[in-house]
Design a protein around this ligand. Sequence first.
Ligand code: 6A9
Length: 786
Amino acid sequence: FYALYMRSSLAKRVVTLHHSPPVLDVNSTSAEVSPERFWGSYRPQVYFGMKTRSPRSVVTGMMWMRQFSEVDVNLRHTCEQGDRLQGYGWLMHDGLSFGVQEIHDSDFTLTTEFVKRMGGEHGGDWTWRITAKQHSSAPHAPVISLMFYAAADTQGYLEAHVEERNRLGSITGFSEELGNFKITFRKPVAGESSSAKYASYNYLQTMSPGLERLTDIVRNSLNRRFVYSHPSGEKRQYIAVDTYKPQHQPKSADPRKESDFVLHQVTVQTPFQIEVLFESGSFRDRPNQLSAAAMTEELEKRKAAFDAKFEKTFGLQAKGLGQAQVKFSKAALSNMLGGMGYFYGQSVVQSVYNEYPLLYPEGALFTAVPSRSFFPRGFLWDEGFHQLLLSKWDPQVTREATAHWLDLVNMEGWIPREQILGDEARSKVPAEFVVQHNENANPPTLFLALQKLVEQLQANPDAESSRPTLPFLRRLYPRLQTWFEWYNTTQTGPLPNSYRWRGRDKDTNLFLNPKTLTSGLDDYPRASHPSAEERHVDLHCWMALASGTMASVARLLGEPHQEYERTHQTLSDNTLLDELHWSDQLRSFSDYGNHTQAVSLQQEKVYVPPGQPRHQFPVARLVRSVRRAPKPQFVNALGYISLFPFLLHVLTPDSPKLEHIFRDMRDADKLWTPYGLRSLSRADPLYMKRNTEHDAPYWRGPIWININYLAVRALHHYGNTEGPYQEKAATLYQELRSNIMNNVYRQYAETGYIWEQYNDSTGSGQGSHPFTGWSALTVLIMAEQY
Ligand code: 6A9
């Protein structure tokens, strides 16, 4: 009985939140407490939409389609790489009050702009302006349908107001958080001061069983019975929303989720401009409507303020960077800001004490995302990198995002690595990737961001932007301590002061090299045979950074800091580091473990008895063949992992190891390319090798910007610190910096996107796109702010 009892109470630990008071007050994101940040483009997964920072916000958004096109129904809504747009993203966005986005579709461009205006008690008003222009190469002016919608999410209601036949003039509604509000759809005009253009109108008014179903509902309601009769006499059938008959509800559908969904469709030929106004009922002394000339004026003001703040913050013009590069940089920053999401829901988690996965407590997450199309959700170690950039622009964003992340820590000190919160997020992820395991870490990069906040505070303690940092750290501190302790106890290695990532792939004979997703560098080669004998040099260095930051935060708060200090000193001891991780054979830092290099992927042998048809037997898979038995030794895979003691400034400036590191970095047969450092040496046996038949090389050659940012930052550090390698570092710094920024910029100019990684032979962008998570750190590289 006792054993059973223990088991069930242990099973609950994984879903029990940390006991200290949350960093954020319950209502910290409400319209009352934080009106200026209440509404925002916090739906990074859609091309254009807004919601409030609340758990069950009324959401607004836009879908569109081109009429009379060869592709039958080309409905656009959620960001999809399959839409093959020629580029889209925010060109300007201040993270607070306005944004300007361009979306390049087949033969037209949509510019989507929003401006907010404060007033009343519910987060104020906002106006959208959509401008459509055909591409100069297009033979005819395309006819486009824009579909604007509002959807409730289990709270409040919406009412449609139909004027003249099918034209939905406005939606009124009410919700607890928004009070009364009205959304008005203006008629399209050719330009700001011209009169209305000919347009056809349709609308849809229905119930939706959940926000993840909106696209399907619209798609299923489309009908081609409508006639677009242009004043020129031209009549053509077009596609529009019609009555929607809710399909036979699947059994799992939850009737409590049924909510109002109202959509306005306007079909019009380019060029045109359309405005949508959201007006809050409690905003009574509105000076005028935020529309037409007033909207233009407001936009111009915000743009000018954005430009000025951008230059003041990053100083790119002063550095002599060209117009086009500056524009690129603004887009990179704006996409990270405009890609911030507010998510709410429960992770699905598992510990060794649960037979089945459990639901984590409900929680909110205000976070930037790596990619609006492919993974529009929070990732723990990505976020530390995101906040390096965002903390320069607006430290309040960094404090709030960090607070949200740390408020998700459980009593053990664990934070789930990938945050898949809410039905919309869940609907994008295949089931096998949803469950998060509580043995699994991810690099504690939030310490990099905290370091920045501490530096800003120390440099400028009285500045308005850094004054809230001290009280913030005070509330964060108990959680930070437990978070740090979790790493320091659960991820220890076999020798004193060594560390080991848990959660490596188990089914080792299916992989050329079992992955280590937890480290963030998924398929980077580690010991071929995962075991408890392993020690990982990157984690050692992350812990050096984490303990150092803990020590400085503790000192700042007047808390005991000796223990953190001691850990930091031990982990920074270059002699210890050599003992644990220096491979004399490779002359490089390295992981250690049960390892052999003699592995390869081979077709599994499938025995087909003579005379039997081949197709009745399973298809031969690739499996690993091990030609020489593994033994305890250094892994000797030269690449990003070998650089960590340099990347995180653990090496002392006089360390002779720097010479080896610089030599390997600068060697084109190893890590150097004209576009940045490649992840794995060209000379490594696993360079650009697939891990399974389905798994293309990921961290086995391609260039990643987060690590390149750390490399440039480290070169800057050693180049500015007295020592025998100072000059070499300074030279390399210049070269690496210009290689990275030139290539990321060139790829953006050529393809319209910032990419997840860059090809080490051609520099081409590859993988997920747009990827304006850590690849946007290029801005800091351009600005030389580290
Ligand atoms: C699985 C796909 C339709 C992989 O940027 C986020 C992470 C990084 O943290 C990590 O270091 N990316 C890097 O190696 C992307 C991970 C995406 C997992 C998505 C399911 C389904 O999408």
